[in-house]
Design a binder for this molecule. Structure first.
Ligand code: MN
Ligand code: MN
Ligand code: MN
Length: 283
């Protein structure tokens, strides 16, 4: 699919080290340039802190940049992610919302530390170090530390054994509603996209309910083409997009070069019957 010819690419879901990615915004843009990406969004968890640096790095390369974010919210006791694209980072409503989210994140990391301490680990030191690792500290930061300290073999194993739902270090969080999240994105002039719906482990019925609700509260798109998606999930997401009149978005959810199954800018093309979200990004 990617042969020797340089086919222009789009990636509307990526992370930098402002959240749980490992590359700086400028390093991310430099990598995107080597992948022939012509339209790039930076969508860090709950912060747009990297967008100015990414935009500045894109400019001399002639790469189009879309300022973005991946906002954490809750629905039916699950953590849901909504990507906001082309929004104004300086909008006061959005800024207040992300400030709340970053406070929730910091409190959650501290609580994870307390729970890990009760489990016999040095939770206070782990939490302190995780909090210093990024503007938006995440469980992945704790997982990487646990892996680096050989408490577990890999970051994934940290989730499986310690940090995942129901595990000793799991700390529940009260995230804002999807409705309020979409409102904040709209207030900042952005487009709301339901991120990786297949990863929430909802039943087909619940996923339809979520899409209907998302559309009703002002959501515009749904991620249809993602790196590493199975053909079954790809068809399922395309069907949801068509059924609920949501535009299709594309992205790798790239976090780090060392993770081969989420390569920057590599994923299947949108099916013809799905309206591309890029049509809404054209000013
Ligand atoms: Mn992440
Ligand atoms: Mn996500
Ligand atoms: Mn993501």
């Amino acid at each position: 699919m990617t042969g020797a010819t340089a086919e222009p690419r789009i990636d509307l879901h990526t992370h930098s080290n402002c959240s749980d990615g490992t590359l700086s915004p400028a390093e991310l843009v430099a990598l995107a340039a080597t992948r022939n990406i012509e339209l790039l969004a930076l969508t860090d968890h709950d912060t747009m802190a990297g967008c100015d640096a990414a935009a500045a790095a894109c400019r001399p390369l002639g790469m189009r940049f879309v300022p973005g974010i991946e906002l954490t919210c809750g629905w039916r006791e699950r953590e849901i992610h909504v990507v906001g694209l082309a929004l104004d980072a300086l909008n006061p409503e959005l800024a207040a919302h992300t400030a709340d989210l970053l406070r929730l994140r910091r409190e959650r990391i501290s609580e994870i530390g307390r729970r890990l301490t009760r489990h016999g680990l040095d939770g206070a030191a782990l939490a302190e170090r995780a909090l210093a690792m990024a503007i938006a500290p995440t469980r992945m930061h704790v997982a990487r530390l646990l892996s680096a300290q050989a408490v577990v073999a890999t970051p994934q194993q940290a989730f499986d054994k310690l940090l995942g739902r129901g595990k000793p270090g799991y700390a529940p969080a009260q995230w804002p509603t999807v409705e309020h999240t979409v409102q904040c994105i709209s207030a900042a002039g952005g487009i709301a996209v339901l991120a990786h719906p297949h990863r929430y482990q909802f039943s087909h019925g619940a996923l339809r309910d979520l899409c209907a609700y998302f559309k009703a509260v002002g959501g515009a798109g749904i991620e249809v083409s993602l790196a590493g998606l199975s053909p079954t999930d790809f068809n399922r997401l395309a069907a949801l997009a068509r059924r609920f009149g949501l535009s299709g978005s594309v992205g790798s959810d790239f976090h780090e070069p060392g993770i081969p199954w989420r390569p920057l800018g590599r994923f299947a093309k949108l099916p013809d019957l799905v309206t591309p979200i890029t049509l809404r990004l054209v000013a």
